[in-house]
Each structure stands twice: as structure tokens, then as C-alpha cells.
Design a protein around this ligand. Structure first.
Ligand code: GUE
Length: 285
């Protein structure tokens, strides 16, 4: 039976440490969250982020995108937040209304306020494995923190990332590569037999495709580490992309809920705090 990678527990520790630091440093951080209020998931997750931020002493400001806003209009909202000295961090909650190009909006966020690391400057730094402090997408960074907490080294391991989004798959693969794993990214055009061949060899599998039970136990190598980034609702209950029976073959598995989700939120808050500290140390002239 797989051991649990308990994201809820680790995230709670991270938030407790962060709350102490925010208090000691007296840093004022304000996170602006730009989101689509017509998206059920976004309303739920934005509410969770606000409550978690309030508990650690980070202020939030939520900006609802009007239903018919154009990409340019949302860019203008972001420009104003970029110039607002009160706002230390900006999160673009995906997905925005469908007529808005998410990637263009991510790229509009000022790099020093881009706390989810989704703009081209910060993604470029990540892909170049640049040294130094810069924000990295919260979900994949949270996955790395969780693996590290359980002393699961990725160096020299074979990793398969399923999904190639700007939010998850691409930065996940970059982080694993930067940590010296041998990484393959698969996606919707990867033939099933290729995926199965790769999974049979994978020491680490990280999946985020939004399809319940996409991965079954017989596809996984015995003793693998399986990280489930999926966030689905089936019969009113949260579930991931991994069939629960995977626990019979994997050595380690993240639950849903209680795995990657809480790590994402704790990581976002830490990145928001770090951006506010950097802003204090290097004020923009
Ligand atoms: N720029 C951007 N960054 C994101 O990080 C981002 C985003 N856009 N858009 C949407 C997704 C989704 N997301 C979640 C975060 C936490 C939980 C979470 O904590 N879930 C709870 C369960 C919640 C429930 O019960 O439904 C858990 O897994 O335990 C879920 C989903 C962040 N996202």
C-alpha cells in the first residue's frame, strides 16, 4: 500500500511558518487576484486563496473580469495593477473568459509582481535554470516542496509529466529537469502505447489533465511515486486523475483532496511574501 504524501499537513506547516515571518518582518503584502466570476472553480479557489491569505497576514484584492471583456481590456486592468504601489503581487486565475487570451494576460503582469511565475520573463528564468530568486508557478513548485519534505530525491530518476499547460506541465518538467531528473512530457497527442511504455519505466509520475481515473494501477511501475494534480468533481466529490487502486502498486501517492491543492495555495502565499520582501529591498525607481 502506497504511503501518503500529505499535502494538507505539509501546507499547514508552511502556512504557520509564513504567518510568523510576515508578523516578524512587518512586511505589507497585497495580492491582487484577477478572475472570471462566471467560472465555478475560480470562485471556489479564489475564495480559498483569500481565506488562506488572511490567516497568514497577507491582504487580497479580487478583481472580477467582466463577462465580455476583451484581451486588451484585461491587459489594461493588469497595467493599472502593475502601476499600483499598494499591490505587491498579481495572480491571474485561469481560465479567464474564453475570448480572453490567458497567455497574453500572464505576459502582461510586471515580472516583479508575477507571483505565479507565469509570465515569459519568469518562465524563461525557470527554463534557463537561472540562479537566484524569482517566482515559479505555485502548483509545480508545491509538488517539488512536497517531494522534498518526504526526502524523495528526483536526481537521476526517470519522470513522466502528463500535461503540458503553462500553469502545470511545462514548469513541472522544468523543475524536475533542473533537479536532475530525466523528464518526458506527454499530452493529448501522445499515443496510448507510447504513454504506457513510458509509464512502465517511470520512477516518478506527475499528472494533471482533468480526467478522472486517467491512470490505472496496471500502467504504473511497482514502487513509483505518483503525484496527482488533477482536480475533478464526480458525484459532488473532489477527485484527481489517478484511479485510487494505484495505491496498491505505487510506493507514494498524493490524495485528492488533501495533496497538491493545499500545497499550491501555501506556495502561492510564500511566493507573494517573497515578492513583497524583494520589493521592499529593491524599490522600483
Ligand atoms: N494562475 C493560476 N494559478 C493556480 O494555481 C490556479 C489557477 N490559476 N487556476 C485554477 C487552478 C486550480 N487551483 C487549485 C488550488 C487549490 C485547490 C485545493 O486546495 N483543493 C482542495 C480541495 C477543494 C475541494 O474540496 O474542492 C484539495 O485539493 O484538498 C484546488 C485547485 C489553483 N489553480
Amino acid at each position: 500500500m502506497a504511503q501518503t504524501l500529505d499535502g494538507r499537513l505539509v501546507a499547514q506547516k508552511l502556512r504557520e511558518n509564513l504567518a510568523k515571518k510576515v508578523q516578524e518582518d512587518g512586511v505589507k503584502a497585497t495580492l491582487a487576484v484577477v478572475y472570471d466570476p462566471a467560472d465555478d472553480g475560480s470562485r471556489l479557489y479564489v475564495g480559498m486563496k483569500q481565506r488562506a491569505a488572511a490567516k497568514v497576514g497577507i491582504a487580497t484584492q479580487d478583481i472580477a473580469v467582466p463577462a465580455h471583456a476583451t484581451t486588451e481590456e484585461v491587459q489594461n486592468i493588469v497595467h493599472e495593477l502593475n502601476e499600483n504601489p499598494q499591490v505587491t503581487g498579481i495572480l491571474i486565475q485561469a481560465p479567464l473568459p474564453e475570448q480572453v487570451d490567458d497567455a497574453t494576460i500572464f505576459a502582461t503582469v510586471a515580472p516583479e509582481k508575477d507571483v505565479d511565475g507565469l509570465g515569459v520573463t519568469n518562465q524563461g528564468r525557470l527554463f534557463a535554470n537561472e540562479a537566484g530568486d524569482y517566482p515559479v508557478a505555485a502548483t509545480p513548485k508545491g509538488v517539488m516542496t512536497l517531494l522534498d519534505h518526504y526526502h524523495l530525491s528526483v536526481s537521476g530518476k526517470t519522470a513522466v509529466v502528463i500535461g503540458r499547460s503553462q500553469l502545470f506541465g511545462r514548469p513541472m518538467a522544468a523543475l524536475l529537469l533542473n533537479a536532475d531528473a530525466t523528464v518526458t512530457i506527454t499530452h493529448r497527442y501522445t499515443p496510448a502505447e507510447v504513454l504506457n511504455r513510458l509509464l512502465a519505466e517511470a520512477d516518478i509520475v506527475v499528472i494533471g489533465v482533468g480526467i478522472p481515473a486517467f491512470i490505472r494501477a496496471d500502467q504504473i511501475k511497482e514502487g513509483a511515486v505518483v503525484v496527482d494534480v488533477g482536480m475533478n468533481v464526480v458525484n459532488g466529490k473532489a477527485c484527481g486523475d489517478v484511479d485510487p487502486a494505484v495505491a496498491d502498486r505505487a510506493a507514494w501517492l498524493t490524495p485528492v483532496p488533501g495533496g497538491v491543492g493545499p500545497m499550491t495555495i501555501a506556495t502561492l502565499l510564500m511566493s507573494t511574501y517573497e515578492a513583497a520582501i524583494r520589493a521592499k529591498e529593491n524599490p522600483v525607481q
